[in-house]
Design a binder for this molecule. Structure first.
Ligand code: SME
Length: 180
């Protein structure tokens, strides 16, 4: 009784089809802020973040096949380990400077890759992936704590709008998570 009017956790990813790309990505940020309130555990927060990303892009009609995180926590220096994600099994370890993720981690700059076949050193966890965006998560003292990685089955899956919103998400993650 009354359950139809109650807002459930899963309702965060029920994006309306009438919303624009900017509105959906704005909703993603608001949901992340709401869900991470009072929670500093990075596994917990990044798990929900990967679900928010996955469903936001599916709602936008972007055929994402992987959405998740690589983190420096628990790994050797200048290396990242697989973190929470949505999608198929992926490689567990990426060194700084290697692939798209390692390049974003090393340069601390977002990488937009419209065609992964043209990216020297791209690490193909899934041969079906055509394009990718990777956004670094930078601590207040300038260290890379990890990266947000989203893969797409189509070429040119991501643009400057994605970069803008995902960099905002990255800042919210840095603010909300304790990486230890
Ligand atoms: N393609 C990435 C590796 C991670 S998987 O795509 C999940 C890269 O080149 O860094």
């Amino acid at each position: 009784m009354g359950s139809s009017t109650k807002f459930h956790h899963a309702d965060h990813v029920n994006y309306s089809s009438t919303l624009s790309k900017e509105e959906i990505l704005e909703q993603l940020l608001l949901s992340y802020e709401g869900l991470s309130e009072g929670q500093v555990n990075w596994v917990c927060n990044l798990s929900n973040a990967s679900s928010l990303i996955w469903h936001a892009y599916k709602s936008l009609g972007v055929d994402v096949n992987w959405a998740g995180f690589y983190v420096t926590q628990g790994s050797e220096e200048n290396t990242m380990l697989l973190g929470p994600f949505q999608g198929k099994v992926a490689c567990q370890m990426i060194q700084f400077g290697k692939g798209v993720c390692g390049t974003a981690a090393f340069t601390r700059e977002t990488q937009i890759v419209p065609d992964v076949n043209k990216y020297p050193g791209h690490i193909a966890c899934d041969g079906e992936t055509k394009s990718e965006i990777v956004v670094p998560i930078i601590s207040n003292d300038g260290k890379t704590m990890g990266v947000i990685d989203i893969d797409c089955l189509d070429y040119k899956g991501f643009d400057e709008v994605d970069k803008e919103f995902l960099e905002r998400l990255s800042k919210l993650i840095n603010k909300s998570c304790v990486f230890k």
